[in-house]
Design a protein. Structure first.
Length: 584
């Protein structure tokens, strides 16, 4: 949905100039004091930097880890109506020194949960610039607390209730159905996701990042874009510091540095809804560089060279109309920095692209749907791409366990792909490099399903013999038919008259919805830890095994269940018994 009239509504808030963006002078925390009248900078709409007034109310001394904080109150036309919230983090604050020179004292970074969103904490600039752009080796995030010694009661209360003004993950490029399912699943998992428009109608040019610019830390780019949006705090040459707080605080990163477009400030002073505060409705824009550092006090990187990404292509075909839709995305590849988030962004972006391609192609998600997915994952250390295929059939839009109502065909295909890529992420040997994910998704309206009514076997059979069987079937919402299939009699069938039990596969239910994509597989693990596949060959076999047999199985007496037959046109469900005489 287009947001109209925003530019006119906020035109009076914009200022003609912003501070210089290369190595601006800074003011150390010990020179900052209550009563200072300063100026903050952030984007309110579009890409134009606006200014607002900032009053320093108090200062908390910091420990050696850089835990000092500045309590500020904001005002002015740009923020009076809404206050501040997610998206404002990183907004730089400039204060005049004794000589009248404007110096950066820090950046807005933490909310204190005060009604109206006018008060917040700021991270001192020396703590922000203390975040290295180039992180040596592996780093571990350690918590730090600001010292409250010698500070006022209000400052102590503010520190006690403070939390980073961290924007939820913003996702653009999804249809309403897919976006709604993702938002619900994410909320249940405690990881808020905000579905946003893909960008303004028309073109906006790549931005030169400067203090106050809208910025995004991108996890993916292309048709499916995922990111966290905030504000640029400081720029020195090609080095950029943003947010004024951690993203995850995990040290080395290899994410995409992007500019961003702000549609408007969503006014939410009562802290209602999923986001729980006023926030910027914004989407990521152009790829400008690499985010290489995720520290406790800031996120940092460089403009210029882009990080390595994994290309993801999903082609969806509508078998009713022969229409095609391709979704092309690229996921940030953090394998070289040891997957600091615990898994790859490919395992999140590729499944989303599958659901988006199918839903976008159909223009709807009917309850009765049949689909087939064939996935090809290219791994550098394995000579040939690893492939698997599955068929999915849904007959209803029953709500999944995670609260979503995404069709079981779409969620089933997405979860299977997520399971495959997560298996690669979890491999305990030398990390394999995923170099591409390609998916062909075929969908057709209607549930191609039939139930077994009866099975007729030859009068006499031998264990292990291949025989022809006649099967009477009832098509769902259709007529009856009889088909002949070739099957093998179970090799463990005992001599004499035996009753064979045939069991089909029911329609897919989609019990997990998007849960696997958001929080991974929660299967129980051995207490000693599961080492998983011992070699790339075993890993390849594990991925291929995701391809399931969805036909009819058979068992003789108490013997083992084996594959019997499968129909290429429809899923056979239900059960039936048939008798025959087994001879030797």
């Amino acid at each position: 949905m287009r947001l109209l009239g925003v530019a006119a509504a906020v035109a009076a808030f914009l200022v003609p100039a912003a501070p210089a963006f290369a190595g601006d002078p800074t003011m150390p925390l010990w020179q900052v004091h209550g009563g200072m009248r300063c100026t903050g900078y952030s984007v309110i709409q579009g890409t134009t930097i606006s200014s607002f007034d900032v009053l320093v109310q108090d200062v908390a001394a910091g420990e050696a880890s850089g835990g000092g904080r500045i309590l500020v109150e904001v005002s002015g036309p740009a923020v009076d109506a809404t206050g501040i919230g997610p998206g404002f983090s990183g907004s730089p604050i400039y204060c005049p020194d004794a000589a009248g020179t404007n110096r950066v004292i820090g950046a807005i970074s933490e909310s204190i949960n005060e009604y109206g969103g006018k008060a917040a904490l700021a991270t001192p600039i020396e703590a922000i610039l203390g975040t290295p752009v180039d992180v040596p080796g592996r780093t571990n995030a350690a918590s730090s607390r600001a010292s409250t010694k010698g500070t006022s009661a209000r400052m102590k209360a503010a520190l006690a209730s403070a939390k980073p003004i961290a924007a939820p993950m913003s996702v653009s490029g999804l249809t309403g159905t897919v976006a709604d399912a993702l938002v619900k699943a994410s909320a249940k998992a405690g990881r808020p996701v905000l579905a946003v428009p893909p960008g303004p109608l028309g073109f906006f040019p790549p931005q030169t990042l400067q203090p106050g610019s809208a910025v995004a830390v991108g996890y993916s780019t292309g048709d499916v874009r995922t990111s966290s949006v905030g504000t640029v705090t400081y720029v020195d040459g090609d080095r950029v510091w943003v947010f004024g707080h951690q993203l995850e605080g995990v040290g080395r990163r290899a994410l995409i540095l992007q500019d961003a477009y702000v549609f408007r400030i969503v006014n939410n002073p009562n802290a209602l809804g999923q986001i729980g505060s006023t926030y910027k409705l914004a989407s990521s824009g152009h790829d400008l560089g690499t985010i290489s550092s995720d520290g406790l006090s800031a996120v940092a990187g460089r403009t210029g060279a882009l990080p390595h990404t994994v290309p993801v292509q999903v082609i969806a075909r509508d078998q009713d109309t022969n229409g095609l839709l391709a979704v092309n995305a690229a996921a940030a590849d953090e394998a070289a920095v040891d997957l600091p988030s615990g898994g790859s962004w490919t395992s999140f972006v590729a499944p989303l692209s599958v659901s988006q391609a199918a839903a976008g192609l159909l223009g709807s998600v009917p309850s009765r749907l049949t689909g087939e997915m064939c996935a090809r994952i290219t791994i550098q250390q394995i000579g040939k791409p690893v492939r698997f295929c599955n068929r999915y059939v849904s007959v209803s839009a029953a709500q999944a366990d995670d609260g979503t109502t995404l069709n079981a065909v779409l969620s089933g295909a997405s979860n299977d792909l997520a399971t495959a890529i997560s298996a690669i992420d979890a491999y305990t040997g030398t990390p394999p490099n995923v170099t591409g994910v390609n998916v062909l998704m075929k969908v057709r309206r209607g549930a191609d399903q039939a139930f077994i009514r009866s099975v007729k076997l030859p009068a006499r059979v031998r264990p292990g013999q291949r025989v022809r069987v006649r099967v009477s079937l009832q098509r769902v919402r259709g007529g009856t038919l009889t088909r002949s299939y070739t099957m093998r009699i179970p090799s463990d069938a005992a001599r004499g008259t035996q009753r064979l039990r045939f069991v089909g596969q029911d329609a897919d239910q989609g019990e997990d919805g998007f849960t696997t994509i958001i929080i991974g597989d929660e299967d129980e693990r051995d207490e000693g830890g599961d080492p998983g596949p011992r070699s790339l060959r075993e890993l390849e076999a594990q991925i291929k095994a995701i391809g399931r047999f969805d036909g009819v199985t058979v068992r003789a007496g108490r013997g083992s269940r084996v594959e019997a037959f499968r129909d290429d046109e429809f899923r056979i469900s239900g059960t039936a018994d048939a008798s025959t005489r087994v001879v030797r």
